[in-house]
Structures are given as structure tokens and as C-alpha cells.
Design a protein around this ligand. Structure first.
Ligand code: IMP
Ligand code: MG
Length: 185
């Protein structure tokens, strides 16, 4: 198992900047939905750390739920445009103010499929809050309502985002040097 120091190209977003921005996002959401309740939906597993930090910054009443979709194999690779639901939500979202909490939007294919799926269940409203947005990589015309950071087209890890399932625990967002990274067996 490699130490991340061996393949970390740069710390793209340090912990303090992540936390400051998440505080702002939480305050914004609390203002936008003042007097209402919201239902936060997190896509496992990448969005988990963001969700739990974001919750602590949302001062209005809110509930949470989780769903999981298929991933596209291991390694430094992105999605191919098709999404399969592997774990559905536990609660009905009909009539709720739903905010989909995502770690990163890349091509936008994942988000687009998930939004179709959730929209069909007739929530009262449906918005998207993503921590990271790789705008340059977009293949479908889709935008998040709340964006933490727009980032360049580089493969990132940490703060929920994995490399072959590891390194999610790191408190910052780092850029991978693909030449120096070796997937563990
Ligand atoms: P999209 O469908 O192309 O927008 O891909 C979104 C998903 O791809 C994210 O939820 C991540 O799971 C994964 N992904 C895309 N870029 C990165 C990255 O730089 N690091 C880690 N995962 C990524
Ligand atoms: Mg994801």
C-alpha cells in the first residue's frame, strides 16, 4: 500500500478551504429554504464526507438518505455514461424538498441519470449540491445549483473520493500523479 505522499502531485484544495466553503454552502442552503425542511440525498460512497460536514452547517431541519449506483471499475478512470442503481433510497421523496449531494460532477452523465430517476418520483423540488465541478469535461448540459469549487480537468482524490477504494479519509483534495500511482493488489 503506497503512502499518498508518493503520488500526490499537489494539494488542490486544503482542508481549511474545504471547510470554509462548506460552511458557506450550508448557510446558503439554510437561507434559501428558510421556514422549510430539506431532504439531503447522498450518493455513496464518494459524497459521504461532504454530506456529514455539510449537515453540520445547515441550520434548518433536514433529513438524510443514501443511494448507491454502479461504478466503472477501478483506477484513475471516469464514468462511461451509464448508471445502474445498486441501492435504492430508504424513504419516499414524494413532496419533499430534495437536495442531491454529490462529490464531483465530471461528464455529468451520472448526475443526469440520477436526476431523471429522482424527478420521476415527484419531489416538491429537486436541486443539486456538488462539492467539485469539472466544468471542462461536461458532456451533457447540466448544472448544479450549489457548487463548492470549479476544478481543472485533473484526477483528484481525498475527502471522500477514492483511488481504488482507498484514501477517502484524507481531509483535503489532492491531484494524482498517475505515473507514480500503483493500484494495490
Ligand atoms: P460523471 O458521470 O462523468 O459526471 O462522473 C461522476 C463520477 O465519476 C463521480 O461521482 C466520481 O465517482 C467519478 N469521478 C469523476 N472524476 C473523478 C475524480 O477526479 N476523482 C474521483 N472520482 C471521480
Ligand atoms: Mg460520485
Amino acid at each position: 500500500m503506497q503512502s499518498y505522499h508518493e503520488f500526490l502531485d499537489e494539494v488542490l484544495i486544503p482542508e481549511i478551504e474545504l471547510q470554509d466553503r462548506i460552511t458557506e454552502l450550508g448557510e446558503q442552503i439554510s437561507q434559501d429554504y428558510a421556514g422549510q425542511t430539506v431532504h439531503l440525498i447522498c450518493i455513496l460512497k464518494g459524497g459521504v464526507m461532504f454530506l456529514t460536514d455539510l449537515m453540520r452547517c445547515i441550520s434548518i431541519p433536514h433529513t438524510i438518505d443514501f443511494m448507491a449506483i454502479s461504478s466503472y471499475g477501478l483506477g484513475v478512470r471516469s464514468s462511461s455514461g451509464q448508471v445502474r442503481l445498486t441501492m435504492d433510497l430508504h424513504e419516499d421523496i414524494h413532496g419533499q424538498n430534495v437536495i442531491l449531494v454529490e462529490d464531483i460532477i465530471d461528464s455529468g452523465n451520472t448526475l443526469s441519470s440520477v436526476l431523471n430517476l429522482l424527478g420521476a418520483r415527484k419531489p416538491a423540488s429537486l436541486k443539486v449540491c456538488t462539492l467539485l465541478d469539472k466544468v471542462e469535461r461536461r458532456e451533457v448540459d447540466i448544472k448544479a445549483d450549489y457548487v463548492g469549487f470549479e476544478i481543472p480537468n485533473k484526477y483528484v482524490f481525498g475527502y471522500g473520493l477514492d483511488l481504488d477504494q482507498y484514501y477517502r479519509e484524507l481531509p483535503f483534495i489532492g491531484v494524482v500523479n498517475a505515473e507514480k500511482y500503483t493500484p494495490s493488489e
